[in-house]
Ligand binder design. Structure first.
Ligand code: FES
Length: 137
């Protein structure tokens, strides 16, 4: 039996057929914040969101103004294909909101929970450190 499920649905009038859910939580690309905690959304049932505050990457920017993390990823080439980017952003935003002064070794360890298949880790780390510096201002 396959680990994945084909799902067909219509978004903004356009039909999509996609394969969803690794159901292993391995890569972290689907990370969202539920009540300020990072959660692998592929491991969560929709009903578990009842009554919670869900924050996704779409909620980071303020109008046309990018969040400092988004700007830092832009400025420091923190993404290549971008597949992992929403997950890294949502993981990092929680870390920096709590601890903008986090030390690099600890940040490196925290970011290791997510995978970048383009192996852009050095620039992701550089981007998050730059955002941390900006957020400390
Ligand atoms: Fe491609 Fe990370 S930028 S997976």
């Amino acid at each position: 039996m396959s680990d994945r499920q084909d799902v067909t649905f219509t978004v903004n009038g356009e039909e999509h057929m996609i394969r969803v859910g690794c159901e292993h939580g391995v890569c972290g690309a689907c990370t969202v914040r539920i009540d300020d905690q990072p959660v692998r959304s592929c491991l969560m049932f929709a009903v578990q969101a009842e009554g919670t505050r869900v924050r996704t990457v779409e909620g980071l920017a303020t109008g046309d103004k990018l969040h400092p993390l988004q700007q830092a990823f832009w400025d420091h080439h923190g993404l290549q294909c971008g597949f992992c980017t929403p997950g890294f952003l949502m993981l990092a935003v929680g870390i920096l909101e709590r601890r903008p002064d986090i030390a690099e070794p600890e940040l490196r360890e925290a970011l290791s929970s997510n995978l970048c298949r383009c192996t852009g880790y050095q620039n992701i780390l550089k981007s998050v450190l730059a955002a941390a510096a900006e957020m400390r201002k």
